[in-house]
Ligand binder design. Structure first.
Ligand code: HEM
Ligand SMILES: *[C@@H]1O[C@H](CO)[C@@H](O)[C@H](O)[C@H]1NC(C)=O
Length: 495
């Protein structure tokens, strides 16, 4: 009898209260489609998740929740929600979700891209910012990029004489790779006689390929020990090969530095500088970090750049009036047939607009994923502890409330507009925003216009085969970056 009383007066209310809290909590999750047991909404992702998620957001709104396998995923699809996550509450949302592939070789513990926003991340990011990507450093090594673009032009000229097509994505990937390796450690990969160069390129390629594959382990963490698709295993192989290649380069440099102690470091390249810093302050930076930094830059900076260039060429070929305008501007400002210099960029507003418009419609990183470590309130909804937060950049660039004719390629929209890609205008965030904004942004914004501008100022271009410009396909392939499904093959013709 007593027990029954205790139950009614104490336990029952407690149980009810508990249930009520649970119901309220799940009610406060953002809206989303009903999910199946175990797999959740995984099947609705398809092979072009950025598109599927954009479609779903049209039903459920700019903040929705999905269950991807075991993971609660909050999807952000509007500029103002992105601002909330990346700026107003950025501290809660500044750590990334770590894909299992990145656990290979401890990459996630040593890399600027993957480290949580702790002291180590802050200090590495500051070093990268000051010694690799600052205006001063980039000004001082712009001749390196000029030379690499010049080499690309020489290659295209050869194709032009022979009347053969240029694979824009492949060639500009090589240029991006060469630019980076030369800025970092003055190694010229353009000499493809050397076997090392080819291995190197394949490795970077394999890593980007592997990290683009959907991995079951990411949705079902219990599978981690098994690694069913062997993705982490292959990643370990590629990472360790790449790390040992960088290790060799760094060792050689250190020996050379020992051999002539008095060498003026200001003459050296980025790695010389970083080695020097690491020798002076081993606690701030050790060689392991430098090696992983190199991996980061190559993986984050090559395909993103070449994909943007391939899409920009695609859109210009599909829109001959834009091509004409860009060419005329170049003719007028730079001079016909001349390679574009970095100092020309600021006086080429139409070319800049073409780059922005390309990044709006074809953001090479269609979305990025953060993870919260505590429960967070987001405009009245609950983001539960451990949930992923996916910012759909692709959807944001096509938001009808912010863009007129969002599906059309119209560089003109940027001519009288202050909208920029630097992460302050949330309707255009191809480089992300906030404290984790792309650290290579300023480098990318020098490479993109100089390469694209030079390609169209030195040559006219014709699509290979009998394809009309308006029928040129824009089929995309989802991976680590969003690239064209079929490589763009175009024939250069003398101007
Ligand atoms: C068109 C070219 C590029 C695009 C579209 C791009 C895009 C992005 C995006 C979307 C992020 C994540 C931002 C966020 O979470 O808010 C990112 C991060 C990063 N990017 Fe880029 N990127 C490009 C080129 C480069 C280049 C050339 C480099 C270096 C050589 C680079 C290095 C990095 C690094 C290290 C991070 C991680 C920063 C951090 O987590 O603190 N990127 N990039
Ligand atoms: C890259 O991947 C391919 C296919 O998996 C493999 O055959 C090749 O050996 C890899 N390249 C390097 C340099 O590891």
């Amino acid at each position: 009898m007593e027990l029954l009383k205790v139950f009614f007066y104490f336990l029952l209310p407690l149980i009810l209260l508990q249930l009520l809290v649970q119901v309220r909590r799940s009610r406060c999750l953002p809206p989303g489609p009903i999910s199946l047991p175990i797999i959740g909404n995984l099947l609705s992702l398809g092979d072009k998740p950025h598109r599927s998620l954009t479609r779903l957001a049209q039903t459920y709104g700019p903040i929705m929740s999905l269950k991807l396998g075991q993971l609660t995923t909050i999807v952000i699809s509007s500029p103002s929600m992105a601002q909330e996550v990346l700026q107003k509450q950025d501290i809660s949302f500044s750590n990334r979700f770590i894909p299992d592939a990145i656990r290979a070789c401890d990459e996630y513990k040593l890399s600027i891209i993957w480290l949580p926003t702790n002291d180590r991340w802050r200090s590495l990011r500051k070093l990268a910012h000051t010694h690799v990507f600052s205006g001063r450093v980039l000004d001082s090594n712009q001749h390196v990029r000029w030379r690499k673009v010049e080499e690309l032009m020489t290659h295209v000229r050869k194709c032009c004489h022979q009347g053969v097509a240029v694979n824009i994505g492949k060639e500009t990937f090589q240029t991006s790779l060469n630019v980076l390796s030369n800025i970092l450690f003055s190694v010229d990969l353009a000499n493809f006689e050397s076997n090392e160069a080819q291995v190197f390129k394949d490795l970077v390629w394999n890593i980007t390929l592997e990290s683009g594959k959907p991995n079951l382990v990411d949705y079902f963490p219990a599978l981690r020990a098994i690694d069913p698709q062997r993705i982490r295993k292959r990643m370990s192989l590629y990472f360790s090969k790449l790390l040992s290649l960088f290790g060799e380069i760094i060792d050689k440099k250190m020996e050379a530095m020992k051999a002539c102690l008095s060498r003026d470091i200001s003459e050296g390249d980025v790695i010389d500088m970083l080695i020097k810093i690491s020798q002076d302050n081993p606690k701030d930076l050790d060689i392991q970090h430098i090696k992983h930094m190199c991996v980061d830059f190559f993986v984050a900076g090559t395909e993103t750049t070449s994909n943007t260039l391939e899409w920009a060429m695609t859109e210009l070929l599909r829109h001959p009036e834009s091509m004409e305008k860009a060419k005329n501007e170049l003719k007028r400002v730079v001079g016909v047939g001349k390679q574009v210099e970095e100092s020309d960029i600021s006086v080429l507003p139409f070319l800049q607009a073409v780059i922005k418009e390309t990044l709006r419609i074809h953001p090479p990183v269609p979305f990025f994923v953060r993870q919260v470590c505590t429960e967070v309130d987001l405009r009245g909804y609950i983001v539960p502890k451990g949930a992923n937060v996916l910012v759909n950049v692709w959807a944001i660039g096509r938001d009808r409330d912010h863009w007129e004719y969002p599906m059309e390629f119209k560089p003109e929209r940027f001519l009288d507009s202050k909208i920029d890609v630097r992460g302050h205008d949330f309707e255009l965030i191809p480089f992300g925003s906030g404290r984790r904004v792309c650290v290579g942004l300023s480098l990318a914004m020098r490479i993109l216009p100089t390469v694209l501008g030079s390609l169209i100022n030195l040559f006219d271009w014709k699509i290979e085969g009998k394809v009309n410009p308006e029928n040129l396909d824009i089929e995309e392939k989802f991976g680590f970056t969003l690239q064209r499904a079929n490589p763009l093959l175009v024939v250069p013709i003398p101007i």
